[in-house]
Design a binder for this molecule. Structure first.
Ligand SMILES: C[S@@+](CC[C@H](N)C(=O)[O-])C[C@H]1O[C@@H](n2cnc3c(N)ncnc32)[C@H](O)[C@@H]1O
Length: 261
C-alpha cells in the first residue's frame, strides 16, 4: 500500500530540497556528519548498513557515506530522489556503496527488497506519510538485532498542532502568491522574537538566523521554515506514544530529545 493522498494536496518537499542544495557547502556537510556522529555516539560508520528513508536533500545519506557506511536511500518524492541522486553522482559516482531509489515507506512490497539494516535513519519523515502508524510498523521490521532506529516525530502540542495542520493544508492548496504570504506571516510568527532579541542584544537581527545551520544538522533556516509551513500530510504524537509503540516491538530507548513540551 503506498501513500494515497492526491499529489496536489502534498507539500512538494523535493522542490524545497532542490533549492536548499543550491546553498549546500562543505560546512553544512561537516555539520551533517557531526550530527550523525553525535546521535550514533561513534567516530565512523565503517562496515554498517545505513538505510535513509525519506532522504530528502540526500545530505544525511552523503554524511553516512562519508563516514564509511554502505548507504541505501529512498524517498517517495521524485524531486527528493533527484536531489539525493545529484549528491550521489557528485560525491560517489559509480560507487556501489551508495544506492538511491524512489519508493514509499508505506509500500510493503517495495520494502521487502531490503535486508534488515544496522542503522535505519528516517528523520522528520514518518509523520509526513499520511499513515504514520503504518510507517512505524513498517520500519520496526527493518532493523536487525542490535541495530538502531533514528526517527524524529512532531510532538503533539494539542491545539497548536491542530492549528498548524490547518495552516499546512491551506498552504498546499494555495496559489503561488498566497503561499508566499503564508510563509512570510509564519516566518514573523516563528522567528520574530528571535529577530527582536538579536537586534536588541547584538544589533544584528539575523545573527541566529544566519548561524542556524551550525546547531541544526547543517540545515538552512529559510528552507526549514518553508518545510515546516508547507509540510503536509502532517501527523503528531506524544513522546510516550512513540516510546510505547517501539517498546512493544522490542526496541530499547537510547536517546530522546523533546521540543515544545
Ligand atoms: C522533512 S523531509 C526530511 C528529509 C530528510 N530525512 C532530512 O532529515 O533532512 C521529509 C521527506 O520525507 C519524504 N516522504 C514523505 N512521505 C514518504 C513516504 N511515504 N516514503 C518515503 N519518503 C517519504 C518526503 O518526500 C521528504 O523528502
Amino acid at each position: 500500500m503506498t501513500a494515497t493522498l492526491d499529489p496536489k494536496e502534498r507539500f512538494a518537499f523535493g522542490k524545497n530540497w532542490s533549492r536548499f542544495l543550491e546553498h549546500l557547502n562543505d560546512d553544512r556537510v561537516v555539520e551533517a556528519e557531526k550530527s550523525l556522529k553525535e546521535k550514533m555516539a561513534c567516530e565512523n560508520l565503517n562496515g554498517k548498513i545505513f538505510l535513509d528513508i525519506g532522504s530528502g536533500s540526500g545530505l544525511f545519506s552523503l554524511a553516512a557515506y562519508r563516514l564509511g557506511a554502505k548507504v541505501f536511500s529512498f524517498d517517495y518524492d521524485q524531486d527528493s530522489v533527484n536531489c539525493t541522486k545529484y549528491l550521489q553522482e557528485k560525491y560517489a559516482k559509480n560507487d556501489p556503496r551508495w544506492n538511491v531509489e524512489q519508493g514509499s515507506v508505506l509500500d510493503k512490497y517495495f520494502l521487502n527488497k531490503f535486508s534488515k539494516v544496522n542503522i535505519l535513519y528516517s528523520w522528520g519523515v514518518l509523520h509526513h506519510t499520511g499513515r504514520m502508524y503504518q510507517a512505524f510498523e513498517n520500519v520496526a521490521d527493518m532493523v536487525n538485532d542490535g541495530g538502531s532506529l533514528f526517527i524524529s516525530i512532531y510532538n503533539d502540542q494539542g491545539k497548536a498542532s491542530r492549528v498548524w495542520k490547518k495552516i499546512k493544508k491551506c498552504y498546499t492548496k494555495s496559489s503561488f502568491f498566497i503561499k508566499k504570504v503564508i510563509v512570510f506571516l509564519c516566518t514573523i510568527r516563528l522567528w520574530g522574537p528571535t529577530f527582536a532579541k538579536d537586534f536588541i542584544g547584538k544589533l544584528n537581527p539575523f545573527k541566529t538566523w544566519k548561524e542556524y545551520g551550525k546547531n541544526n544538522r547543517g540545515m538552512s533556516a529559510w528552507h526549514d521554515v518553508v518545510d515546516w509551513v508547507g509540510g503536509y500530510p502532517f501527523e503528531v504524537a506524544k513522546p510516550k506514544e512513540v516510546f510505547n509503540f517501539f517498546k512493544s516491538k522490542g526496541f530499547e530507548l537510547q536517546l530522546l530529545k523533546t521540543c515544545a513540551g
